[in-house]
Write a protein that binds this ligand. Structure first.
Ligand SMILES: *Cc1c(COP(=O)(O)O)cnc(C)c1O
Length: 341
């Protein structure tokens, strides 16, 4: 198959319309058969529940080419399960797991010309999402929903190597106690935009959010979970009900334990403790791990011993092992690599 004439290694992370996307509609208590379509536009009522009351959830995963030329996705079953959990929290129907994976396969196959070649660092980003589509003015869930899944090629997250970033402690929260911090929903992003732009205006790359109830424990950033490394080489990752359960973080925890023989602690992490750690990384599908070099808390700076030039050695090992598993150069645990023929 002829690949598109795209300068893969210089792609950014922005939307590029591809040929086909998948659509299925839910009405009268059931999903229709679903289909691929060329139509990249959504037409819904001006009063659709998603537009009035933000009833929408989403997922993010990637398709890419492995060393031996197969097109694969990474653990799409976990994206399907997480989307079901997110949907349940917003009183939306489940989109069945087998159908979610079928939609992933159909969209990737139909846009195979957009799957970047091995070694380019670029990937085909997949965005499944679902929203309440019929008119709702009194506050209640919609009766009708649309599930869509589109693909857009995105560039290597780190152009010219992963430089550690500087993050700041945000005064604003991303999630309320007992709220919706643990689901993947646009509403959690809408409320993070102001503090994100404020961080950028002040010269920081990202926000560190603390636990909403006490502001003493580390939660996550706007879109990635934290991993820390202790002086004696243990991995520590925050545990909290208001953190989004990152598939990358869960995979890295497994890699740390079983591939690298590291001890892993998943527990509440006090912000106080952070200055005891030697390395810090942010985990998410987009970058796998972004190294954090410095944290600024209201003018007080802390630079990790790993510094501002490169990834620390333990984060590097985790990054190399997981990306090796994803790219097919290191044997994957059963079920992690989903081949699309
Ligand atoms: C998507 C997301 C992550 C990362 O999850 P992955 O499954 O690893 O991509 C982390 N935090 C938030 C808030 C997210 O929305």
């Amino acid at each position: 198959m002829e690949k598109k004439n795209i300068d893969w290694s210089n792609l950014g992370f922005s939307y590029i319309q591809t040929e086909m996307r998948y659509v299925s509609n839910y009405k009268d208590g059931a999903w229709d058969a679903g289909t691929l379509t060329e139509n990249a536009n959504v037409t819904i009522s001006e009063c659709a529940c998603v537009l009035q009351y933000a009833q929408t959830v989403f997922e993010g995963l990637k398709a890419y080419t492995t060393k031996d030329g197969r097109i694969v996705t990474f653990r799409p079953d976990l994206n399907a399960e997480r989307m079901e959990a997110s949907a349940a929290r917003l009183e939306m129907p489940a989109f069945p797991k087998d159908r979610f994976i079928d939609a992933v396969e159909q969209v990737v196959r139909a846009n195979a010309a957009y799957v970047p070649p091995y070694g380019s660092g670029a990937t085909l980003y997949l965005r499944p999402y679902m929203f309440g589509s019929n008119a709702v003015i009194g506050v209640k869930p919609a009766d009708e929903y649309q599930f869509r899944l589109f693909a857009t090629p995105v560039g290597p997250y780190f152009k010219g190597g992963a430089k550690p970033i500087t993050i700041r402690v945000s005064d604003l929260d991303r999630a309320a106690p007992h709220g919706t911090g643990n689901i993947k929903a646009g509403l959690n992003y809408a409320m993070s935009l102001h503090t994100l732009m404020d961080a950028h205006r002040q010269g920081f790359d990202e926000n560190m959010f603390l636990d909403p109830a006490t502001h003493t424990k580390v939660e996550e950033t706007g879109g990635a979970n934290f991993l820390f490394v202790t002086k004696d080489g243990k991995i520590v990752t925050p545990k909290s009900d208001s953190i989004l359960p990152s598939i990358t973080r869960r995979s890295l925890v497994h890699v740390a334990k079983t591939y690298l023989g590291l001890e892993v602690e998943e527990r509440p992490v006090l912000f106080e403790e952070v200055k005891e750690f030697t390395e810090c990384g942010l985990c998410g599908t987009a970058a796998v791990i972004s190294p954090v070099g410095r944290i600024v808390d209201h003018g007080k700076e802390f630079t990790f011993p790993s510094g501002m030039e490169e990834m620390g050695p333990t984060i590097r090992k985790l990054y190399d092992t997981l990306t090796g598993i994803q790219m097919g150069t290191i044997e994957a645990p059963d079920g992690w690599i989903h081949v699309i023929d």
